[in-house]
Design a protein around this ligand. Structure first.
Ligand SMILES: Cc1cc2nc3c(=O)[nH]c(=O)nc-3n(C[C@H](O)[C@H](O)[C@H](O)COP(=O)(O)OP(=O)(O)OC[C@H]3O[C@@H](n4cnc5c(N)ncnc54)[C@H](O)[C@@H]3O)c2cc1C
Length: 497
């Protein structure tokens, strides 16, 4: 039996571990932190349970497909609730657009907002479905070592319909005139770590997924999904070693032969490195075995980091639903301050998740659990004063827009930002979501999943293919495991022959 190691227990690492164990490997996951989940960990304090990272459960089919590989279903581990409305967007004081769960409701909303927009949305969705079917059913599961992997007759024939050379923004603007509808349709691009004008319109498949498949919530929080992955992996025999950071990879004869950790040495036949790619290469590998140098990383467009506030309020907060986007200031100004001229935002847009609207287990009775996210450029100077300033800004804006003044009712508050991403996850420049999915950083143009000099080392996670987000992380872990297994098999055959 081959003994393999996985560095990091985020979604990508745990997905890899499960596939490797299913194939008969003896798998050890080495995790720096004291709990699994990576950016999707949670913490409890003062009776509140806070998800620390992801809060949107989109593309439920990807989770179903993942668990089906092991003869399981998501509901074997957690209970999913579809949110209705899926989310709401504030455009100003008391000025809110709620996005219903049903497609009929969404068509009505479009028609009410712009005459004729419902029919346009029908066309948009038809195209989105094509992109989703082609992109998510197969292409996204390719390792992206070469463009030839995508040279399928039907893909080439339908390439123009994938809209790779047009941006999300120009695609959306071709369909809709109303500024609110444009903002609504461009918002999923933020999940991909860049602005709508930088992202290929292929990714409007996200709009299709959001509208047609809905916005879901796993009761108990997103952390339930991470715990489910750990349970599944453990059932398959994976050994988790928490609070054991990997400090170095030992290399012999063109292969990684062992991992050195804070606790000792772990001999290995193969590695999936599912911690942040930049950290793995720059901190754990000797220079001559790295795929990329520092200049390469400096030239990448990172997805944003974020300033987060985990807030417990001792009363109910009106005007919020589960997911709330505050688009009551200029999106373009904030975007410029993230991507083009990195600086702390002058008037940030922000997002508030209030899971206690759906799930009584995440807050004491009658209280509210708020997760406030302000996207910011990675690599900014992160200070207590800056955090305190933005805490005031978001609380004032919440008051201005919803009429709710919660300051005096806050009984728990913790901030989390760039310095924490670096300290907790070894995140390059404190990024939150990895590498942006711009055209120049898509598929083969992303940091490659394999180490070009060490035959048994593969990378997984949000800095390699397919990109940022929980569903892509699951897929990334699967592809990396499959590539390592292929290598192990071929080496076995070489040895036998
Ligand atoms: C605030 C926030 C909100 C988000 N919202 C959403 C959302 O709503 N929906 C969505 O789909 N996605 C969302 N995302 C993105 C999503 O969470 C990530 O893309 C995904 O979880 C990344 O998984 P990963 O396995 O690539 O990396 P990670 O989760 O970062 O896992 C990497 C692991 O490696 C460990 N590690 C690092 N260095 C070492 C070392 N030397 N030795 C051992 N272990 C090490 C880390 O501790 C970590 O556990 C969000 C992310 C953040 C931060």
């Amino acid at each position: 039996m081959n003994s393999v190691s996985v560095i990091g227990s985020g979604f990508s690492g745990m997905a890899s571990a499960a596939f490797l164990a299913k194939a008969g490997c003896e798998v050890t996951v080495l995790e720096k932190n004291d709990s699994v989940g990576g950016r999707a960990r949670a913490f409890s304090d003062s009776g509140f349970l806070f998800d620390m990272g992801p809060s949107w459960y989109w593309m439920p089919d990807v989770f179903e497909k993942f668990f089906a590989n092991f003869g399981r279903k998501p509901e074997d581990y957690y209970k999913l609730i579809q949110l209705d409305p899926g989310f709401q967007i504030y455009f100003g004081k008391g000025d809110v657009m709620q996005v219903p769960a049903s497609m009929d409701g969404i068509y009505d909303l479009f028609e009410r907002t712009e005459k004729g927009a419902a029919d346009k949305l029908r066309m948009f969705m038809k195209e989105g479905r094509y992109k989703y079917d082609v992109g998510m059913s197969e292409l996204v599961y390719r390792p992206s070592f070469s463009w030839t992997e995508f040279m399928r007759y039907d893909v080439i024939k339908g390439a123009a319909r994938l809209h790779l050379l047009r941006s999300v923004r120009s695609h959306v603007h071709q369909y809709f005139r109303n500024e609110r509808l444009k903002a609504l349709m461009e918002f999923p691009s933020l999940f991909l770590g860049a602005m709508a004008h930088q992202i290929p319109a292929l990714y409007t498949l996200m709009n299709y997924a959001a509208f047609s498949m809905g916005t879901w919530y796993p009761m108990g929080g997103m952390v339930r999904v991470a715990e489910a992955m750990q349970e599944l992996a453990s059932e398959l025999g994976v050994n988790f070693r928490l609070s054991e950071p990997v400090t170095q990879m030992q290399v012999e004869g063109g292969r990684v032969t062992a991992l050195h950790t804070a606790q000792g040495r772990v001999a290995t036949d193969g590695v999936v490195a599912a911690a942040d790619y930049h950290h793995v290469e720059q901190a754990l590998l000797p220079q001559e075995y790295r795929n990329y140098n520092t200049g390469y990383w400096q030239g990448r467009t990172m997805a944003p980091s974020c300033l987060l506030f985990y807030v417990g309020v001792r009363r109910r907060v009106e005007g919020l639903i589960h997911h709330n986007l505050f688009f009551d200031r200029s999106i373009d100004t904030h975007a410029r301050e993230i991507y083009e001229d990195p600086q702390w935002p002058s008037e940030p847009l922000f997002y508030i998740c209030c899971p206690s609207k759906t799930d009584p287990s995440v807050a004491p009775a009658g209280m509210e659990n708020l997760f406030i996210l302000v996207p910011v450029a990675p690599g900014l100077e992160d200070t207590d004063d800056m955090r305190a300033h933005y805490r005031k800004v978001v609380l004032n804006r919440l008051k201005e827009v919803t009429g709710e003044d919660i300051e005096k009712d806050i009984i728990y508050s913790r901030s989390y930002c760039i310095n924490d991403f670096v300290a907790d996850y070894n995140a390059y420049r404190g990024n939150a979501y990895g590498l942006a999915n711009t055209l120049k950083q898509t598929a083969v143009l992303k940091p490659t999943l394999r180490n070009k000099k060490l035959s048994n080392l593969f990378y997984a996670g949000q800095l390699t293919v397919p990109g940022p987000g929980v569903p892509p992380a699951l897929i990334s872990g699967q592809i990396a495991a499959q590539q390592l297994l292929k290598k192990i098999k071929s080496q076995y055959h070489e040895a036998v022959i």
